[in-house]
Design a binder for this molecule. Structure first.
Ligand SMILES: [Zn+2]
Length: 307
C-alpha cells in the first residue's frame, strides 16, 4: 500500500518497527519526513473503525462493557482537572453548551454538568453510553459525529479520542461545523514528547496517530487558533474557532521534524525514571490502591460526588 501522510499528504517517510504495549504484536510506525507527523504506516478505513468502536474496543481494552469503580474514580479525577483547565481559560462558562465526543462512561459529562455547563456527550459504544444514562441521568447518545447539526454547541471536548480517528483534517472540519461562532475545542491526546510515560507504554495498535504540539496545532490550523497549551504530561490544547477558515493548513516548521526524530530515538528508561517521575510510581500505586479500597461500597454516582 502506498504511504500517505495524514497531515501533508507526502509519501516521504521513515518507518520504525515497534510493538503494541498490550499485545506486543508488531507495529509499523512511520514518521513523515516533510511535516513530522507520526502515524501507523497502514491506516484502517472508516468503516472498519466504526464497527470496531461500536462493539469490540472496550472489551479488547478493559475486558468489560461496564466500568469498574476504580476506573470510574480515575476517570472522575481526570475529569475534575480537565474542568479546571477549561474554567481557567474561558471566562464565562455558565450554561455553555458542551459536547464531549467519545464520552465513555459519562464521568466527564456528569461532572461538567455539576460545574455549570449544559453538557452532553456522544459515545459509539452501546454498553458504555447506556451505563452513563442509567447511572448519572446524563444526556449521552449513541451517535457519530456525522449525525450532528451545524452551529449547535459552544465547546467540544475530545479526551484520548482524536488519536484513534482516521482523517484528522476531516474530523477538525466537522468539529468546526458543529461549533457556534467563537466556539472552543479542547483536544487531549498522548504526547509524543511526554516524559511521564514508560518506554514500553507508548505504542498501541488502536492509536492511528501520535501527536506533538506541532502536529496537533497544524492539524487544526485551517479552522482553529490556539488559546492555551498544556504539554507537561499528555498534550492538552484549547482552540478557538476562527471567524474565517484559511485556505490550507499551516505545516510545522523544519525544527519540529528534527525534534521529533530525536525524540523517537532518545526516548528511554532513564528519562522516564528521573524527569518523568517513574521512580515514584510504585509509591503512587500503593496510595492509589489504598484509596480504591475505600470506595467499594459506593454507587458510581456517589463516588463521583465524593471526589
Ligand atoms: Zn506529513
Amino acid at each position: 500500500m502506498k504511504f500517505n501522510c495524514g497531515l501533508c499528504g507526502s509519501n516521504k517517510n521513515k518507518v520504525l518497527n515497534k510493538r503494541d504495549a498490550k499485545s506486543f504484536e508488531h507495529l509499523k510506525i512511520a514518521i513523515c519526513l516533510n511535516c513530522s507527523l507520526v502515524q501507523q504506516e497502514n491506516l484502517p478505513n472508516d468503516e472498519v473503525l466504526k464497527i470496531y468502536y461500536s462493539h469490540n474496543y472496550r472489551e479488547d481494552y478493559k475486558k468489560t462493557y461496564t466500568p469498574k469503580l476504580k476506573h470510574i474514580r480515575r476517570a472522575g479525577l481526570a475529569a475534575k482537572s480537565r474542568i479546571s483547565f477549561i474554567k481557567n481559560n474561558i471566562k464565562n462558562i455558565s450554561n455553555m453548551k458542551l459536547l464531549d465526543v467519545g464520552a465513555g462512561g459519562g464521568e466527564f459529562v456528569y461532572l461538567a454538568s455539576k460545574n455549570g455547563f449544559d453538557a452532553q456527550g456522544i459515545e459509539p459504544n452501546v454498553g458504555y453510553s447506556s451505563f452513563a444514562r442509567d447511572q448519572y441521568g446524563v444526556n449521552i447518545k449513541t451517535l457519530t459525529l456525522n449525525e450532528l447539526k451545524a452551529d449547535t454547541v459552544n465547546i467540544i471536548t475530545l479526551f484520548h479520542v482524536f488519536e484513534h480517528m482516521a482523517n484528522p483534517q476531516k474530523v477538525i472540519e466537522k468539529l468546526s461545523y458543529i461549533l457556534k461562532k467563537d466556539g472552543y475545542l479542547l483536544i487531549e491526546v498522548p504526547n509524543i514528547f511526554q516524559q511521564d510515560a514508560s518506554p514500553h507504554n507508548i505504542f498501541f495498535k488502536a492509536h492511528l496517530f501520535y501527536y506533538s504540539k506541532y502536529t496537533l496545532i497544524s492539524a487544526a490550523s485551517k479552522f482553529f487558533d490556539v488559546v492555551q497549551i498544556d504539554d507537561k504530561g499528555n498534550l492538552k490544547i484549547l482552540f478557538k474557532k476562527k471567524s474565517n477558515s484559511t485556505k490550507s493548513i499551516k505545516l510545522p516548521s523544519k525544527t519540529a521534524l528534527d525534534e521529533t526524530l530525536n525524540r523517537l530515538h532518545q526516548k528511554g528508561w532513564l528519562e522516564y525514571l528521573t524527569k518523568g517521575g517513574g521512580l515514584l510510581k510504585p509509591f503512587k500505586k500503593i496510595k492509589q490502591k489504598y484509596c480504591e479500597s475505600l470506595i467499594k461500597h459506593l454507587t458510581p454516582k456517589k463516588l463521583l460526588d465524593s471526589l
